[in-house]
Design a protein around this ligand. Structure first.
Ligand code: HEC
Length: 151
């Protein structure tokens, strides 16, 4: 490629990156507390709540704590995509609206994905190291889910 062509490409890319910064996804935030939140319908100890908040709520609740990089596109879009998909699968703030069968099924899935390390997503814990679950936190989440699954 000619040097001029390369320069043009770099310029075009820079402009593209600049332009996409104006397309910010809507924030996943609510101020009202949901009456269908899991802690309203099942016992959730403070400890378990803390683990869920730290490791799961960014993608599975109606409130995301946004990291600095979400202000940079396309990283913000990528996170937004995870939030939309994650909430579709499981929203802890809507848990009480699921029917009994779905609740049990979601708890079973939770046990599986925590046990096999699928959740929280690896692409997320690379940056959010504090969201990683220790073996002890995994045990606590799993036994909590097993307990409320039997209720
Ligand atoms: C960075 C976002 C993110 C975080 C953090 C996260 N999840 Fe997910 N989760 C997703 C996405 C996206 C899906 C749907 C796609 C998939 O299954 O990979 C999902 C799917 C699930 C499912 C459905 C599983 C299935 O078999 O499809 C469960 C259950 C779940 N997550 C539990 C959790 C739990 C528990 C935590 C915390 C320990 C957590 N997730 C943290 C994004 C996230």
């Amino acid at each position: 490629m000619k040097k001029q062509t390369v320069l043009r490409l770099i310029l075009a890319l820079a402009i593209l990156l600049l332009v996409i910064q104006f397309f910010r996804p809507d924030a996943n935030r609510t101020t009202t507390s949901s009456s269908a939140a899991i802690e309203k319908v099942y016992p959730v100890s403070e400890e378990v709540q803390g683990i869920l908040k730290q490791s799961c709520y960014d993608c599975h609740s109606n409130n995301t704590t946004y990291p600095w990089y979400s202000n940079i596109q396309p990283l913000g879009w990528w996170l937004q995509n995870h939030i939309i998909e994650g909430k579709q699968e499981l929203n802890f703030d809507e848990f009480g609206n699921y029917d009994q069968k779905k609740q049990k099924h979601k708890l079973q899935e939770l046990i599986e994905v925590v046990d096999n390390g699928e959740m929280p997503l690896g692409s997320y814990t690379i940056i959010h190291r504090s969201a990683r679950l220790s073996p002890d936190e995994k045990d606590k989440l799993i036994s909590w889910a097993q307990n409320i699954r039997r209720m």
